[in-house]
Design a binder for this molecule. Structure first.
Ligand code: HEM
Length: 181
């Protein structure tokens, strides 16, 4: 997992909880990298999971909710960091439709060691699409939060149905998304 994801997570914890809470998470002796992450580094995603589980214990907020909230925050961070990627698209579903073929493809070129999920996307009509997510990492809720952040960015309300499954080591989900205005 890229360092930018780690630094964004710590920043969210500092802002939405407190700097002391962020320090508590980084002081956890179970962390593989001793709580030191830089934006340009690359780290095993398990430290992220350890920190989210720890944050859930400290706050009483379920892990899934924390991961989703982080996804929403991360979308805005990524949008700020890579504005050209978003400017090329005009709307919410048009943007979601090209996550695999354009957005993450550009990320892969910039960071060959990025660990990205696979999306197969089917556009049904102007107002609906289905994204099939598959990843070795358990980040379905991160995707849900990123989709939420994307909808806020484009000011486009939507409804979503989620079907989750696993297949061997793969975490899978189908997101059925319809715009509502
Ligand atoms: C709604 C839009 C998006 C969705 C649903 C999405 C989905 C995801 C998910 C679920 C992950 C976690 C990795 C995994 O599950 O295996 C991820 C990682 C990532 N995505 Fe996206 N993404 C979106 C938009 C973007 C945008 C706009 C950018 C940047 C321009 C971006 C760049 C990245 C990066 C840098 C990572 C981390 C890779 C790593 O840790 O190695 N994504 N994305």
């Amino acid at each position: 997992m890229l360092g930018v994801v780690y630094t964004s997570f710590i920043e969210m914890v500092e802002q939405q909880f407190s700097p002391d809470t962020a320090d508590d998470l980084l002081d956890n002796p179970a962390l593989k990298y001793d709580g030191v992450y830089t934006a340009v580094g690359s780290y095993d995603h398990n430290d992220m999971i350890r920190m989210v589980v720890h944050l859930s214990e400290l706050t009483g907020i379920p892990v899934d909710d924390l991961v989703q909230a982080f996804g929403e925050y991360l979308f805005h961070q990524l949008a700020e960091r890579y504005p050209a990627v978003l400017e090329a698209r005009t709307g919410f579903l048009d943007f979601l439709e090209v996550i695999e073929t354009s957005v993450h493809t550009q990320v892969r070129k910039l960071y060959p060691n990025a660990e990205l999920p696979q999306f197969d996307t089917v556009r049904h009509d102007p107002n609906s699409l289905t994204m099939h997510y598959a990843s070795r990492r358990p980040f379905v809720n991160l995707a849900l939060g990123l989709i939420q952040g994307c909808s806020a960015y484009y000011k486009q309300p939507y409804e979503i149905d989620v079907e989750r499954s696993t297949e061997g080591e793969l975490n899978k989900a189908s997101f059925h998304i319809r715009t509502t205005s």
